[in-house]
Write a new protein. Structure first.
Length: 96
């Protein structure tokens, strides 16, 4: 925004709908930019769960996806672990 690049902020859960150009929308997406929690040496990226559906919708619509992250995000020791959170975060009284 500071550089004057036009942008539209869309929530993670609705982004695949807007990114997929099969649907009529007032929003036109030229590219997708997502952050990264970790980048492996083979180039694969770890990020929040919502990123996959956004990237998949972009791929389907031939829209480029750019991943941004600092060099401190590169996992040189292959120590990335997928976080498994408690179901209590979504539903405190969740069944077992």
């Amino acid at each position: 925004m500071k550089a004057g690049v036009p942008d539209t902020m869309i929530t993670d859960d609705s982004a695949p709908f807007f990114v997929d150009n099969l649907y009529e929308s007032q929003v036109h997406i030229d590219m997708v930019v997502i952050g990264s929690d970790a980048i492996k040496l083979d180039g694969s990226v770890y990020n929040k769960v919502g990123s996959f559906s956004i990237a998949l919708a972009a791929w389907h619509s031939k829209i480029p996806v750019y991943v941004v992250g600092s060099l401190t995000k590169v996992d040189t020791e292959n120590t990335v672990k997928i976080e498994q959170r408690s179901s209590k975060e979504l539903r405190p009284d969740a069944p077992k």
